[in-house]
Design a protein around this ligand. Structure first.
Ligand code: GLN
Length: 486
């Protein structure tokens, strides 16, 4: 390998097939990806930690098992990057926050265990907006990640490191978490596929909580097939997560070539405005492509869609203010010593949390406080119910809904830095589906302003990942024949 130029990144499906057959060594796959990391990580900063030694050892173990004729799993030898809010036993897990400085989890998240069983190789832990709060990765306590398509721009967030790692070829696939758009929006901005499954599809055990009723783990990939492969590997019931769905999920890889003939694709006629013209143009092209592939386009209304952002910014901070109470200098990470316990709590939290996290804790504490609970948190929950019911009605006449993923292409660093509301609006189109608990995915569909990637969002009803993936695969085929993949 040494001295050889890094070859074009292969898909997870291709890597796993060749590693299983013995045509390719997992150790060589890992070296290729480490070489790409060496070449560009200094500029991109996708990772909080590159786990080169562990990845090499895991790859050697896979190769030994192949040589011994053992079954090595559907992701054999596939390098995967994990958002750094997923617990990895003995390996620092920071949430890109100074408050978790020095903490090493004593256990693996369920997704990490499942990936190991599938033969995947964790290559590193990726950067994020602190505690997954943000849309640009600029809120990381360790400095931002840069967009591989244009390093003067953000990769999106909060899973910006995971999106950039896949876009730069540092890992074949990666995992992110999506509470209000944090997988789909960075996927769109980095020109990769990103999936938020139905709430409960993937175990949250070992995912450090932001807003527990909204958080879901999902994959980033360069192809819809790779995203399906990863989701097939990490999905399913887990007794460690009481919100995990008990039924087993059908294989998504199996549905990809079924086409969209006869499917009803919904256009939301009362979708809030705010998307740039280049993004709207790509959405229209996506409707055209699906119509040409045999789908019917139908008009639907989701009247409460436009209230989602407001409801989310009460519900998510409320849950975060409670979840983050555990970071108090006693059990995890940073402790700023002080003369008494109360001043130790406040000195630790003042030093350990960044500005956006503090803003969310204050917003959430206020929304939950006696006297304001009914007016804010209680009303937001009622709006959440309306959103759920509106979507349920829309899915009676449409199998999937299509919207922009992000209102804009990747924006320059600092463009929204001093305006929290402008940043919050990045998730205008992604947040509603988190409140409903439904699945959503972003598929790259050509380019917009300045030649930067645009993603189209596909939404589906509860547990209708199979239909969503069929549509995703059809859009991907259309983009490839248009020659418009970024
Ligand atoms: N950008 C949104 C927020 O800051 C969503 C984040 C996420 O999905 N984790 O809350």
């Amino acid at each position: 390998m040494s001295g050889a130029p890094a070859p074009q990144a292969a898909t997870a499906a291709a890597i796993a097939a060749q590693v299983r057959s013995g045509a390719l060594k997992a150790v060589d796959v890992v070296e290729q990806h480490l070489a790409r990391i060496d070449a560009r990580e200094g500029e991109i900063h996708a990772f909080n930690l590159v786990m080169a030694d562990q990845a090499r050892a895991a790859a050697a173990a896979i190769d030994a098992r192949v040589a011994a004729g053992e079954q090595v799993g559907p992701l054999a030898g596939v390098p995967i990057a994990l958002k750094d809010n997923m617990c990895t036993r003995g390996v620092p897990t920071t949430c890109s926050s100074k408050i978790l400085d020095g903490w090493r989890p004593p256990y693996d998240a369920t997704v990490v265990t499942k990936l190991a069983e599938a033969g995947a190789i964790v290559i590193g832990k990726t950067n994020l907006d602190e505690f997954a709060m943000g849309s640009s990765t600029e809120n990381s306590g360790f400095g931002p990640t840069r967009n591989p398509h244009d390093t003067s721009r953000v990769p999106g967030g909060s899973s910006g490191g995971s999106a950039a790692a896949v876009a730069a070829g540092f890992s074949a696939v990666s995992l992110g978490s999506d509470t209000g758009g944090s997988i789909r929006q960075p996927a769109a901005l980095c020109g990769v596929v990103g999936v938020k499954p139905t709430y409960g599809y993937v175990s949250r055990y070992g995912l450090i909580a932001f807003a527990s009723s909204l958080d879901q783990i999902g994959p980033f990939a360069t192809t819809v097939e790779d995203a399906a492969l990863v989701l097939d590997a990490i999905g399913g019931h887990d007794a460690h997560d009481s919100t995990s769905i008990p039924e087993s999920h059908p294989s998504l890889v199996d549905v990809l070539d079924r086409g969209v003939e006869g499917l009803r694709v919904g256009r939301i006629t009362d979708l809030p405005e705010g998307a740039d013209p280049d993004v709207v143009e790509r959405l229209e092209a996506a409707f055209d492509a699906l119509r040409a592939a045999g789908a019917t386009i139908v008009d639907v209304e989701v009247p409460a869609f436009g209230y989602a952002l407001t409801a989310y910014y009460l519900i998510a901070p409320a849950e975060a203010s409670s979840n983050l109470a555990r970071f108090d200098g006693v059990r995890f990470g940073l402790r700023v010593d002080s003369p008494d316990t109360n001043s130790m709590y406040s000195a630790t939290r003042a030093a350990g949390f960044g500005e956006e996290v503090k803003r969310r804790i204050m917003l959430g504490t206020y929304a939950l406080s006696a006297g304001y609970y009914d007016a804010y948190y209680g009303r937001a929950l009622k709006v959440r119910k309306l959103i759920h019911d509106d979507f349920a009605r829309a899915y009676q006449s449409a199998d999937v809904l299509l919207t922009p993923t992000s209102p804009t292409v990747a924006f320059p660093f600092g463009a929204k830095g001093d305006n929290p509301l402008a940043m919050y609006l990045c998730d205008l189109y992604t947040i509603p589906t988190n409140l409903a608990g439904h699945p959503g995915m972003s598929v790259p569909f050509g380019t917009g302003a300045d030649g930067l990637p645009v993603g189209v969002q596909i939404l589906a009803g509860t547990l209708d990942e199979p239909t969503m993936f069929r549509v995703g695969a059809a859009l991907e085929r259309a983009a490839a024949s248009e020659g418009s993949r970024p």
